[in-house]
Design a protein around this ligand. Structure first.
Ligand code: GLN
Length: 483
């Protein structure tokens, strides 16, 4: 029998049912592994051994006793929720996020909270107040971001699954760079209640897992209407885990020329070409398509996301939440110093850009213009989905880069999400599935579908896994081995 940290949800469920180990033993073993890895990976901000033990003892429900880690952007009652920031460094929420409530109700056991870029702003997990996360495939490299802790943890076997959030790529990009599966569902599919806001028209909760089946099980459990989120979709959630075995014969897969243009690393491109050939051999038809406004996605995103962030983050004023400066002289001083001390450099940069593009005199030129181009990008997708069922391409331009390689160049960092941002702007579901290795490092195949086709994307990913076995590739990582 394989070690507990190597097993997927289905195997763990079978072991629990057979009485091979208890939910408490499982949680304790994974938490010990997480602790042993912490000095190298720094994947967790807050382990939760007591909450885990209590949940493991009491667990009932369809996913009873199965462990999960939550990105530290999700509020957890009585367990500090930092969003990777000094601003919320000691904040303990009085309530659970909507998705946390649903996963708890299904019997899942929260092992702890994972490290992330501050307020989910970043692509490398290097903007975290709690220090960078390292990639278990190569400790000198980043795991991607902003959900870097969740991705590194699942890849390193600290938990079989973890939650994440994706505003411009923060689930798919780290999933690709860590060699695991990551899905961002349709905007509105999973509740944003209690998910600390970054850019509200783009933010979406999702899942990391080591297989499409595990991702399906968690996603179908955490999704669904929540009246406490005004943009939550009031639509039934299909059983994604029961749609995985459909054959791909007749499926039309679009290959957008813009995803294979300049900037794509040759070897990464070769893995994606091989992946498309596999899908073809499974009966799918490849169709050349175009998403002509792709080049505008990064500029549009870096107007809209900072604009919404500057508004959302105005609530951190030193009065109501989080960090407060010492000895304020007056109200202005209290707000200015609390924010200057509480927010890191990247967050301050985003607030400054966002305030600028929303200011009178510039609003029409930047924010309104960006919203217009966003509509055109949505229309590109509408046109493409008249011709094809799924769009496929690379998740990133290249495998994981080295720590520090892009921290001094914000634009180089922003370009990491060049293939992922479009799905957020259009609100459509997208996932990254392992597509093999480049020089020993994983890369991901991205699949994008029309709204509410998560089941089909997971079905394609599952069939691809069965044909290639890429999802079974694991980093050669032993906690504590590098110390
Ligand atoms: N890397 C992008 C950013 O920095 C996306 C982050 C995300 O999806 N949360 O904004």
């Amino acid at each position: 029998m394989s070690a507990l940290h190597e097993r997927d949800l289905v195997a763990l469920q079978a072991g629990l049912a057979a009485g091979e180990f208890s939910a408490e033993e499982l949680a304790a073993e994974l938490l010990a592994r997480a602790q042993a890895s912490q000095g190298e990976l720094n994947a967790l901000v807050t382990p939760a051994p007591e909450r885990a033990a209590a949940q493991a003892r009491a667990a009932t429900g369809p996913l009873a006793g199965l462990p999960i880690l939550h990105k530290d952007i999700f509020c957890t009652q009585g367990l500090r929720s930092t969003c990777g920031s000094k601003m919320l460094g000691e904040w303990v929420p009085p309530y659970d996020a909507g998705i946390v409530q649903r996963l708890d109700a299904a019997g899942m056991v929260t092992l702890g909270k994972t490290n992330m870029d501050e307020f989910a702003m970043g692509s490398s997990n290097e903007t975290s107040h709690f220090g960078p996360v390292r990639n278990p495939w190569d400790l000198s490299r980043v795991p991607g971001g902003s959900s870097g802790g969740s991705a590194a943890a699942v890849a390193a076997g600290l938990a079989p699954v973890a939650t994440g959030s994706d505003t411009g790529g923060s689930i798919r990009q780290p999933a690709a760079l860590c060699g695991i599966t990551g899905i961002k569902p349709t905007y509105g599919r999973a509740s944003r209640y209690g998910m600390i806001a970054f850019a509200s028209s783009l933010d979406q909760a999702g899942v990391f897992a080591r297989s499409a089946r595990d991702a399906a099980l968690v996603l179908e459990t955490m999704s669904g209407f929540d009246p406490r989120d005004s943009t939550s979709a009031d639509a039934p959630v299909p059983r994604y885990s029961e749609q995985l075995d459909q054959p791909l014969a007749g499926l039309r897969i679009g290959r957008p020329a813009e995803f294979f243009a300049a900037g794509l690393d040759a070897q990464t491109g070769a893995r994606i070409d091989e992946a498309l050939a596999v899908l073809e051999s499974l009966g799918a038809t490849l169709v050349d398509i175009s998403l002509p406004r792709m080049e505008h996605c990064v500029p549009v995103y870096y107007v809209i996301a900072p604009a919404e962030a500057s508004s959302n983050l105005s609530r951190y004023d030193g009065v109501r939440f989080g960090h407060r400066c010492a000895d304020p002289q007056n109200l202005d001083d209290l707000i200015t110093r609390s924010r200057s001390e509480g927010f890191g450099r990247e967050v301050q940069r985003r607030i400054t850009i966002g305030t600028y593009v929303l200011s009178q005199g510039y609003y029409d030129a930047y924010y309104l213009q960006a919203q217009r181009v966003r509509r055109l990008i949505c229309e590109d997708f509408d046109r493409a989905f008249e011709q094809v069922d799924v769009i496929a391409g690379p998740t990133t331009q290249a495998p994981a880069f080295g720590l520090g390689a892009k921290t001094e160049d914000p634009v180089a960092m922003y370009l990491n999400d060049i293939y992922t941002i479009a799905a957020n702007l259009a609100g459509v579901p997208a996932l990254s599935t392992p597509a093999g290795l480049v020089d020993g490092l994983p890369v991901g195949l991205q699949l994008i579908g029309p709204a509410f086709t998560e089941g089909r994307l997971l079905n394609v990913a599952h069939q691809f896994e069965q044909a290639t076995g890429h999802h079974q590739l694991r980093p050669d990582y032993t906690p504590g081995g590098a110390q």
